[in-house]
Ligand binder design. Structure first.
Ligand code: ATP
Length: 192
């Protein structure tokens, strides 16, 4: 039986926004995956991450964002791994846990530019397929086999934009999925 194609889309999701959801949905719609897992990165104890909302709250918001959207899944898998978890280790643990799935990495062209510096990047390349999507402006890079370019439409929104708008007291509801603006307000997130 063929394995279920499962795309891993990792990020801080601080908070999740409409650009994240649109990209994940587009990956599913294009048939690149059966499921896209939005994998929330946990707090890194080695980093001073000021302004980073607690991981459980970031996960809650991702759960709201994917609610009712077929194929999109909120994932807290890294919360239970040693921190920080390198991508190569996370993927290996995912494979152990879910032998019926093929894991595929989804990364932006900005991250692809630095991929050569990732821990055990050659092992990642030899064991997993990678989907690279544009982050704006860059030329389509030459890609090794196993790495594909996915020309997803760009949405001009970032988590920084959302946090700045909250701090400025602006309405963020057009930038975030339903429920997320209320959650941020009710929990007093990103006020400064
Ligand atoms: P921040 O503004 O805090 O840096 P971000 O909006 O880039 O956050 P992350 O949680 O870092 O959000 O995002 C996870 C991944 O989502 C990143 O690899 C990033 O490339 C991608 N991403 C961010 N914004 C968009 C967008 N508008 N469209 C598609 N992908 C996006």
């Amino acid at each position: 039986m063929s394995k279920k194609k499962t795309v891993i889309f990792g990020g801080s999701f601080n908070p999740v926004h409409c650009g994240h959801v649109a990209l994940a949905a587009e990956v599913c719609r294009a048939g690149l995956a059966t499921e896209v897992w939005l994998m929330v990165s946990p707090h890194n104890p080695l980093k001073d991450e000021c302004g980073l909302a607690p991981e459980q709250q970031r996960l809650e918001m991702v759960k709201m964002a994917v609610d009712g959207l077929p194929g999109l899944v909120a994932c807290d898998f890294e919360f239970s791994l040693q921190r920080p978890s390198y991508t190569v280790n996370t993927l290996a643990r995912l494979e152990e846990e879910y032998p019926d799935r093929e894991f595929i990495l989804l990364i932006g062209a900005d991250n692809w530019e630095n991929f050569g510096r990732w821990y055990k990047n050659e092992e990642i390349l030899s064991r997993y397929r990678i989907i690279v999507y544009p982050r704006g402006g860059e030329d389509v890079p030459q890609l090794p086999s196993g790495v594909v370019w996915f020309n997803a439409p760009l949405h001009n929104v970032s988590s920084t934009m959302v946090r700045d708008a909250v701090a400025a007291g602006e309405d963020i509801s057009p930038l975030v999925p339903p429920g997320v603006a209320e959650y941020i307000k009710d929990n007093g997130l990103y006020k400064n």
